[in-house]
Design a protein around this ligand. Structure first.
Ligand code: ADP
Ligand code: MG
Length: 235
């Protein structure tokens, strides 16, 4: 039986993206991407600057729509969703970590981690607050929960961002160069943390990275070149 749960978490078929359609600057930047990601995978998305990694991640993250092709996420055909449906799906299924942490400066680490619950439910239940504390414990920030982002190192800020991404138990975390702004030691620490959370929670990860050392430590490498998947050792 092929239920939605057995189906790949992510299934892209012939996905294309055209920017500036109809203008002189019109450009197709994704040329028919086929990609499948199973539940529980930990994959790297690599490739030179301009090859389309962020565009692909934004489409996977429901932040942008593809121009053509089919995208099925957790059994849901994304093309069938209106903007509210996309927002709900994004909130319930996905977590994000960006190169710059995007933590709110006036809030503590703990408050930043509970923000997704606040945004979704309008309040933070005691159980949710407990989960946020447990996540911050798990990322080694027990002592820093009540500090604001400016009082944390870059690596600590990114660990808060990882905890925040996991707050609503997403099926998939999309990370766009999450360690791109960190020194080697902090990079390794944040990366090791993502691997550990992957093991503990079973969430799938797709991590864009320029760092071959980190890519080598992922279970699968998907390599983009000029808007195409040039190599995928998960196939
Ligand atoms: P990467 O993340 O691999 O560096 P991007 O996905 O950011 O690559 O970019 C892929 C191509 O798409 C680049 O040529 C870039 O200039 C172009 N591009 C990205 N975003 C836009 C946009 N909003 N409008 C027009 N072109 C874009
Ligand atoms: Mg990019």
């Amino acid at each position: 039986m092929n239920t939605a749960h057995d189906a790949p978490l992510v299934s892209l078929r012939e996905v294309r993206k055209v920017y500036n359609a109809g203008l002189p600057s019109e450009a197709e930047v994704l040329h028919g991407i086929d990609l499948h990601i199973a539940r529980g995978e930990f994959a790297a998305l690599i490739g030179p600057s301009g090859s389309g990694k962020s565009t692909l991640l934004n489409i996977l993250g429901l932040l942008e729509r593809s121009t053509a092709g089919r995208y099925v996420l957790a059994g849901q055909d994304v093309q069938d969703l209106d903007d509210d449906g996309l927002t709900r799906m994004r909130r319930d299924t996905l977590g994000f970590v960006f190169q710059f942490h995007h933590l709110l400066p006036a809030y503590t680490a703990l408050e930043n981690v509970t923000l997704p619950a606040m945004a979704r439910d309008g309040w933070v239940s005691p159980a949710r607050r407990e989960r946020a504390r447990a996540l911050l414990d798990a990322v080694g920030l027990t002592q820093a929960m009540d500090r604001q982002p400016a009082e944390l190192s870059g690596g600590m800020q990114q660990r808060v961002a990882v905890a925040r991404a996991l707050m609503l138990e997403p099926a998939l975390v999309l990370a766009d160069e999450p360690t791109g702004n960190l020194d080697t030691a902090s990079s390794d620490e944040v990366f090791a943390l993502m691997r550990r959370m992957h093991e503990q929670v079973g969430t799938s990860f797709l991590v864009v990275t320029h760092d071959p050392r980190l890519a080598a430590r992922c279970d699968r490498r998907i390599e983009m070149l000029d808007g195409r998947v040039a190599h995928d050792d998960g196939l």
